[in-house]
Design a protein around this ligand. Structure first.
Ligand SMILES: Cc1cc2nc3c(=O)[nH]c(=O)nc-3n(C[C@H](O)[C@H](O)[C@H](O)COP(=O)(O)OP(=O)(O)OC[C@H]3O[C@@H](n4cnc5c(N)ncnc54)[C@H](O)[C@@H]3O)c2cc1C
Length: 506
């Protein structure tokens, strides 16, 4: 085999997950690692989503690393450009640049059971060999393009919200916005004042709560800079409030009626037309789909240059977009707010485990991983934000940091075993974990709320959301329970052969 770079750990992806893993590795004293990133810069979600209005739905002081507080967040809810700059800053501050291999799209990683390592190929022709893979490729990083007849022949601009075409000037244009998810409701208020006409294709209306966004005052920032514990306290309060909300989502969805009333009055304040209000009122329990935050969405929809079509896009005929209910509109551009490959993430086709099967094949019945990290048959491979680690109401950074504790302990356990062993999750342990998660899922609003959402996979199973508090997940991932893994060792036959070869050579 040709000489390849051999590292202890290969981290895939440089969003919050990948950069967080890299910081943690350095803190554990591990410097023998690389970060393989397909794009030309770090940032993940916050690099790729640059659509107008893109911002976080979790307050800035909670949507950031606990080990890298930023006293200078300018707004209570950060915009995309500030979060992206924060991640660039993290890469600089924690000395991650030398580890970064940008423009390295991982096309295949194969477990070599003889050598106990992963062989990782990239689209640029390079190969890296790693003892351990930490896959942080993101749950929402591969845009889903809808399969709509005629879309490919549309004569104007068509692009996905996560790949915004900044060369397309939509000023004075007739624009079709497809979808009403988290991205679409941020795009609509930004586009409406510019576009000549905006036609919104809505399959299901979202529940939208007011967004309490404001500038953080100079005095607050000074306080957080001067007395850092005040920033920590602010974060703690934001976290605590969200932890208290969890039981309503997971055990008592009936308690969410009050929240529905707040969302309805948010709508009623701006939407005076009863017919439009009826179109925009969801028929499922709030929280079943992600609750969206916006104080600008409904005011934009009430403007005379906006049409809401209460139906999905079914066909494109030339420059005419046609909804399933037959409504037609002539448009100059189409913006697809059609989401991501979440339960069918492309990276799963690119991981080949110990039995020679891909992760996608092994997940055919639904994604599953022990403590959201380890899949059976994929030794020394773990994922950050794996199956059932998503949150409906709080910061994903909390879940990422919990998984980093698990990663650090996993590496410690490998050290204890010595260099000639790997850890493979026992199928029984993965099964038991998954059963516990799915049992708890039965009562949650995501499964009982009467909606279909991207939380559910093709079989209708919720393989994305964590049905508990972040504190519970943190406890469950503090350390690795070694009994949940089998220790894989170099095959004895191969070891003996290697020893003879070394003796001959030596
Ligand atoms: C528009 C939007 C808004 C969001 N808002 C919130 C919010 O308000 N609150 C919240 O908690 N979460 C939010 N999220 C979820 C968000 O994805 C997570 O919070 C977090 O940023 C995920 O970090 P990550 O590192 O796991 O993934 P990502 O940020 O997606 O990073 C994954 C990285 O992996 C790289 N990659 C993927 N495949 C490969 C490959 N084959 N080879 C090499 N590199 C690869 C990608 O290029 C990317 O850089 C939002 C997501 C989106 C899309």
């Amino acid at each position: 085999m040709a000489q390849h770079e051999h590292v202890r750990v290969a981290v895939i992806g440089s969003g919050f997950g990948g950069l967080g893993a890299a910081v943690r590795l350095r803190r554990e004293g591990i410097t023998d690692f690389v970060i393989l990133e397909r794009a030309g810069s770090v940032g993940g979600t916050w690099r790729d989503n640059s659509y107008p209005g893109c911002a976080c739905d979790v307050p800035s002081h909670l949507y950031s690393f606990s080990f890298a507080p930023n006293p200078d967040w300018p707004r209570t809810f950060s915009g995309q450009e500030h979060i992206r700059a924060y991640l660039e800053h993290v890469a600089d501050t924690f000395g991650l640049r030398p580890h970064l291999r940008l423009n390295h799209e991982v096309t295949m990683m194969r477990w070599d059971g003889d050598e106990l390592h992963w062989v990782i190929e990239s689209a640029n022709g390079t190969t890296v060999v790693a003892d351990v893979v930490v896959s942080a490729t993101g749950p929402l990083s591969d845009p889903k393009m809808p399969d709509i007849p005629g879309l490919a022949d549309f004569p104007g601009k068509v692009f996905h919200s996560a790949r915004w075409d900044h060369d397309a000037d939509l000023t004075g244009k007739r624009v079709a916005m497809i979808g009403t998810g988290a991205s679409a409701i941020q795009i609509v208020p930004a586009l409406q004042p510019k576009a000549a006409r905006l036609t919104l294709f809505q399959r299901t209306p979202p529940w939208v709560m007011p967004r309490m966004d404001r500038a953080i005052s100079g005095a607050e920032r000074w306080l957080h800079r001067t007395l850092p514990f005040t920033g920590t306290a602010r974060r703690g309060l934001l976290w605590g409030i969200r932890e208290l909300q969890v039981s309503a989502f997971t055990k008592h969805p009936d308690q969410l009626g009050l929240v529905e009333r707040i969302a309805k009055s948010n709508m009623a304040r701006s939407i005076k037309d009863p017919a439009l209000r009826a179109k925009l009122t969801p028929s499922y329990r709030i929280g079943c789909k992600r609750i969206l935050l916006s104080s600008a969405y409904y005011p934009a929809l009430a403007q005379p240059n906006v049409d809401v079509v209460a139906s999905g896009l079914s066909e494109v005929r030339g420059s005419t977009v046609v909804a399933s209910d037959g409504t037609e509109a002539e448009v100059d551009a189409i913006v697809l707010g059609t989401g991501f490959h979440v339960t069918d993430m492309p990276i799963a086709d690119r991981v080949v485990g110990a039995e020679g099967v891909t992760l996608a094949e092994s997940w055919k019945g639904g994604m599953r991983a022990l403590r959201g990290a380890s899949a059976a048959g994929f030794p020394n491979w773990m994922t950050i934000i794996g199956p059932n680690t998503g949150l409906g109401n709080s910061s994903m950074i909390l879940m990422i940091e919990a998984q980093l504790n698990y990663m650090a302990d996993y590496l410690r356990q490998l050290d204890v075993l010595g260099g000639r062993a790997a850890l493979d999750a026992r199928p029984s342990a993965v099964g038991a974990w998954n059963r516990r998660v799915q049992d708890r899922m039965r009562r949650t609003v995501w499964n009982t709320g009467g909606c279909t959402s991207w939380y559910l996979d093709a079989n209708g199973r919720n393989t994305t959301v964590w049905p508990g508090t972040t504190a519970e997940f943190r406890r469950a991932t503090r350390t690795v329970d070694i009994s949940e893994y089998q220790v894989v060792r170099v095959p004895a036959q191969r070891d003996a052969k290697k020893a003879v070869a070394e003796e001959v050579a030596g």
